[in-house]
Design a protein around this ligand. Structure first.
Ligand SMILES: C[S@@+](CC[C@H](N)C(=O)[O-])C[C@H]1O[C@@H](n2cnc3c(N)ncnc32)[C@H](O)[C@@H]1O
Length: 265
């Protein structure tokens, strides 16, 4: 299948997922998403103007709007935008003056340049299935950020996955594939290539690792529940969330990382 066909399939997948109106289907590992959101909030202030690209059901936007002055969510699936808007009205009506959801593409953001203080992505650019397209989205994010603005990027890397798989191998567990658990594609970043691309425009302020959460949920849980299959809604994952909030990293395990990039002034 060509990249174009795979991208089309992915788009259809997200349109379908959005229409299910269930906010866990864009992050089966909802505890991990909550860790990401918790991590990003430390970069927000009451004056921040925030853009969440690939906002899906809007879960991060609702949390960011509790802190920031203004939050915009953009997603290319209309069904996601509709679901996020519906949740805003039904559950977060008090935040409605501070949040806007739009349909649009990460590859061609319909915002003026230097418009946002903080841009976030949560597992979105890995849905762009070649590095050229990922770079196009990164350039768009750079364009809409203010000088000295922050891009808080929660995306997955090949290097982090290799560390996870080394640990799994050590304990006789099967490898986690790059494709993940869904029946759709994704393309992990090479951290080296990512840094090479970002360095001319950004300083890397911090890399957040979720190693403790990965260790407890991807190594301890499967060993503990075998021969049963591990589950995202296992109580151990809730405990892992609590531990990882206080002790985030362990051995840099896991593909999902939080890169904090500061656009040069
Ligand atoms: C894994 S989901 C994550 C959604 C949300 N960030 C979350 O954490 O729940 C990826 C999201 O990116 C959106 N997406 C994928 N490619 C996109 C693109 N080119 N432009 C905008 N959104 C895109 C999908 O529709 C989907 O909602």
């Amino acid at each position: 299948m060509s990249v174009l066909e795979r991208e089309k399939k992915l788009h259809e997948h997200y349109e379908k997922v959005g229409s299910q109106e269930d906010n866990t289907v864009t992050a089966f590992d909802y505890n991990l998403r909550n860790l990401e959101i918790d991590c990003a909030t430390q970069y927000l202030t009451s004056n921040s103007k925030v853009l969440d690209v690939g906002s899906g059901p809007g879960v991060a936007c609702f949390e960011y709007a509790k802190i920031a002055a203004n939050v915009t969510g953009v997603d290319f699936a209309q069904s996601m935008v509709d679901f996020a808007q519906k949740t805003l009205t039904s559950q977060f009506n008090d935040l409605r003056d501070r949040i806007n959801f739009y349909q649009g593409s990460a590859l061609d953001l319909s915002f003026e340049s230097e418009n946002f203080d903080v841009v976030t992505t949560h597992r979105v650019l890995i849905a762009l299935l070649n590095f050229e397209t990922q770079k196009q989205a990164l350039s768009e994010i750079a364009r809409v950020l203010q000088p000295n603005g922050l891009y808080v990027m929660f995306e997955a890397t090949i290097e982090g996955l290799a560390i996870l798989n080394n640990f799994r191998k050590m304990f006789g567990l099967s490898e986690v594939s790059e494709g993940g658990c869904g029946d759709y594609d994704r393309l992990l970043f090479s951290e080296k290539e990512l840094k090479e691309f970002m360095t001319p425009q950004f300083d890397l302020v911090k890399v957040h690792s979720f190693g403790m959460y990965y260790f407890l949920t991807r190594i301890l849980q499967p060993l503990f529940v075998a021969p049963e299959k591990p589950r995202y809604d296992h109580k151990l994952n809730d405990v892992a969330f609590k531990i990882a909030k206080k002790i985030p990293d362990f051995e840099n395990i896991g593909h999902l990382k939080g890169y904090v990039w500061k656009k040069r002034g």
